[in-house]
Ligand binder design. Structure first.
Ligand code: DGJ
Length: 722
């Protein structure tokens, strides 16, 4: 891996990938190339000028920013495509034009202050290029950061925009990445959804004009995950140039693709400019979140595996990053708010008997919360309901051989809470306007230091007073009525971003104070299932939908970018509480054992045969979780387009694999299914279902399955090299 600067071209490369930026003859930063490895000398931009294009210099009339591919395009200086950033100075200037000033190359990857980012453990893992460009008339300077890795086909980008000489400027847009792709036929996938239906695959053809997706919810959201796959038309799991762009950010985001008149496509990702306006006084700078761009020459699977390994090992942090995650029982779908100490301990008794390792007490243990109408903000244990203190309850769990975990929803405030009665102004709310409620609650104003301090203080006290080894951090509404009493009138446009900075600061303080606790992010399931949260919490409750069939879609979509180690997945009761569907315990297990696995039902209501089956699931998962957490992941059948779903994990040395197969929709007189495995060693022999076969046969001919179909029939194959 290296970064070279020759003949005015920056070439960032490793063995298989190149990214090339040129400092043009007029000092602009041109984007020349991103893709499979090339020789930088041979790559030239097109300089053809066409009708209605503008040029800066009549003596260089072929040269036009209207058509040239750019690295961080400015607004209004003759490039008519989407700008990467927009400013307005105190005297109304708003057409800056950045010119190259200097650059610096750094071994390793510097952290981004206050924001989550990919990191390195050793400077030899990566190199970072910082290009500085400026516009002296508009008084701004922009630093563009690029990191290239030795072992990952990934480039991380972010930018810093500084007001160098104006009394103040407004920054109205600041994208993390802008990429100009050459004219071509492209498609894209994004992960769309809704509450309890997150991360569904939506595949589209890129067409003329601007298209994309975004969140305006104050959170990354259930509706659009901050992730884009942009690829050659026709690409699939193994074929085609694929670019995955993932934004390490938990707030409002926007991903856009603009195919313009010359058929090139400008792809951008960053903070959503919706209601965004950041005031920068002289000398102040704005730092964008980091975007991670992964390139694969060989289709989706390679891209996903790059993201999985990068995020598992260089985004997630802390003690639990590399540790096997405990199998948990969560009481939410088992009891909802209606529990007593006796009930919790009765569930714990069964949990411990069948081999579960962690008991999670969900919502309803604090204030006077027996339903979702009240008490958020009153983070004091309800001793009456708990039959004692949390510390005593934790001890009871520990006596049974279980760790103890606890649910919080720290960003919220119920109008019916002591906290609200004392500090109504701590809620986000427009003065004198009745706020819109979501789940009967309001959002706390995390732009205010005293609010953040209060939350840190309350949580610190609770975590410090009981043996709590796991925390579920929930967030159950999106933001409306956005206004902060703490911000000046001309700074209200900073709110959404400052909220996220406040959240990251709170998370940082808490995880630093409690490094041994395993944290799981949650937002009504997958409402904030984003890489920003994974920096603080190595797992995330993927969806409130625990139905096994629905989870086939949700987990398939999520697997495009997020590793199984980060996916909270539970077996719940039937009929399923979200869909009413009845699926076998075996199917529920085959689906849920693909992540941070657990149960979420009233174990005391189950008979011996179900508990015996669960014991077997638990033993199986304990034996195999290392492979699920760390293996290379391959999608075999796509549940969105097929009657089946299948996927597999392969160990790094290719000596072991686990193959999962589920009949999603049965069909009478069904066809034989040829399940072609992936990622094995062609030349090795493997045992599978008592037979020995070569990797070559397993991958090219496959396993032939005809299981006598019913909905939910499922199989797990263990594959071992002989
Ligand atoms: C939403 C979460 O996604 C559920 O798992 C549960 O924790 C509830 N909130 C509790 O209110």
């Amino acid at each position: 891996m290296s970064i070279e600067f020759q003949n005015n071209k920056f070439h960032l490369f490793n063995d298989t990938m190149s990214y090339i930026v040129e400092v043009s003859r007029q000092g602009d930063l041109l984007h020349l190339y991103f893709g499979a490895r090339v020789d930088a000398d041979d790559v030239q931009p097109s300089v053809k000028m066409r009708g209605f294009d503008c040029c800066a210099n009549d003596s260089d009339a072929e040269y036009s920013l209207s058509a040239l591919p750019q690295e961080y395009p400015s607004a209004g200086a003759s490039d008519f495509r989407s700008p990467a950033y927009e400013i307005e100075t105190d005297n109304g200037l708003h057409t800056p034009e950045l010119k190259y000033k200097s650059h610096e190359m750094i071994n390793g990857k510097p952290p981004i202050s206050g924001l989550p980012a990919v990191y390195v453990e050793n400077d030899s893992e990566a190199q970072t290029l910082v290009i500085t460009a400026a516009d002296e008339v508009h008084g701004i300077e922009v630093k563009l950061y690029y990191t290239v890795f030795e072992n990952f086909n990934a480039i991380c980008r972010h930018s810093e925009i500084t007001n160098i000489s104006n009394p103040y400027i407004y920054l109205n847009n600041a994208q993390s990445v802008s990429l100009d792709f050459p004219a071509g036929a492209y498609e894209y996938i994004h992960l769309e959804g809704a509450w309890a239906r997150e991360k569904h695959i939506d595949r589209n053809t890129v067409h003329k004009g601007t298209q994309g997706f975004e969140s305006r919810r104050g959170a990354s959201g259930h509706v659009e995950n901050p992730f884009l796959m942009f690829f050659d038309k026709g690409a699939n799991e193994e074929y085609g140039n694929v670019y995955g762009i993932s934004l390490i950010y938990s707030g409002n985001h926007r991903f856009s693709m603009e195919q313009e008149m010359y058929e090139t496509v400008r792809v951008q990702a960053g903070i959503n400019p919706f209601q965004f306006r950041f005031k920068l006084n002289k000398g102040e700078r704005f730092v964008t979140p980091e975007a991670v761009m992964v390139y694969s020459r060989d289709g989706f699977a390679k891209m996903s595996n790059t993201f999985h390994k990068l995020y598992r090992t260089r985004l997630c942090r802390g003690k639990w990053r590399d540790k096997e995650r405990p199998i948990l029982i969560n009481n939410w779908e088992g009891t909802y708010f209606d529990f007593t100490k006796e009930k919790l301990l009765a569930i714990a008794d069964v949990a411990s008997e069948i081999g579960i390792e962690l008991f999670v007490l969900d919502d309803g243990w604090f204030g006077k919360r027996d339903n979702d109408n009240c008490s958020l903000g009153d983070w004091y244990e309800n001793k009456e309901k708990l039959g004692g203190t949390l510390s005593e309850l934790a001890k009871e769990m520990n006596k049974r051989g279980l760790k103890f975990g606890l649910w919080f929803e720290p960003e919220m405030i119920s109008p019916d809470s002591d906290l609200y009665r004392e500090h109504p102004d701590w809620a986000i709310n427009v003065p004198n306007v009745k706020p819109h409620l979501g789940r009967h609650q309001l959002v706390l104003d995390y732009t205010r230091a005293e609010v953040c301090d209060y939350i840190v203080e309350r949580i610190t006290e609770i975590l410090g007073n009981a043996n709590i080894e796991y925390v579920k951090w929930d967030m159950n509404r999106n933001m409306s009525d956005v206004y902060s009493l703490h911000l000046d009138a001309d700074c209200q446009g900073e709110f959404y971003h400052r909220y996220i900075l406040g959240l990251y600061d709170v998370l940082d303080r808490i995880i630093t104070a409690f490094p041994d606790i395993l944290f799981e992010g949650c937002s009504g399931g997958g409402g904030r299932n984003d890489p920003g949260m994974l920096y603080y919490m190595p797992q995330n409750w993927a969806s409130d939908d625990t139905d096994a069939t629905e989870r086939l879609y949700i987990q398939y979509g999520g697997s495009m970018v997020y590793p199984a180690s980060t996916v909270g997945a539970h077996i719940s009761a039937v009929p399923n509480h979200q869909t009413g569907r009845i699926s076998s315990l075996s199917m529920r297990g085959t689906v849920a054992m693909n992540g941070a696995f657990g149960y979420e039902l009233d174990l005391t209501s189950l008979g011996k045969s179900e508990l015996d089956e669960m014991k077997k699931q638990i033993a199986f998962y304990k034996n195999n979780r290392h492979l699920v957490m760390n293996g290379a992941f391959y999608r075999l059948f796509n549940p969105f387009t097929s009657r089946h779903s299948a996927w597999m994990y392969v160990s790094e040395d290719k000596s072991k694999a686990l193959v999962y197969y589920v009949v999603k929709t049965a069909r009478p007189s069904n066809e034989d299914v040829y399940l072609k495995l992936k990622g094995l060693d062609e030349n090795a022999k493997y045992t599978i279902s008592g037979k020995t076969q070569s990797g070559r046969t397993l991958m090219n001919y496959g396993i032939v399955i005809n299981s006598g179909e019913h909905d939910g029939n499922n199989m797990i194959f263990e594959v071992k090299r002989v």
